[in-house]
Design a protein around this ligand. Sequence first.
Ligand SMILES: [Zn+2]
Ligand SMILES: [Zn+2]
Length: 151
Amino acid sequence: MPTLTLPAEGGCRCGRVRLKISAKPLLTMACHCTGCQSMSSSAYSLSAAIPSEGFEITKGEPVVGGLHGASKHYFCGYCMTWMFTRPEGIDWFVNLRPTMLDDHTWFAPFIETWTSEKLPWAATAAVHSYEALPSFEEYEPLVAEYAGIQG
Ligand SMILES: [Zn+2]
Ligand SMILES: [Zn+2]
């Protein structure tokens, strides 16, 4: 299996916004919710939770899109690629769309969420599936388990 090499750089479809990560993901996810289906124009979204101190915009200025609600979804203002999300009330990690990274061949979702809303045929390689979201208490053991399989 390909592995993530740090630091790793990436950017939007047009290259006007570029970013760099220098920390491993805490968790990787696929989300089947209907909001993510709309935002991704696909069956589910992909996320890698990157610790904030290991996440940097190196070029350009992403703009807020989506519902403009409490969770902030960031896009390239020119090509409109959905790049990353800062979830409501959370500042210690950023949910990066892993396909922004120039090399994302290492990515696989460790958990999948909102399977209650998924398209009947949609399947992922996730190890853990949730009809909605994991409970707050479940995140710490999930992060520990994911760190263990990363070696
Ligand atoms: Zn762009
Ligand atoms: Zn979702």
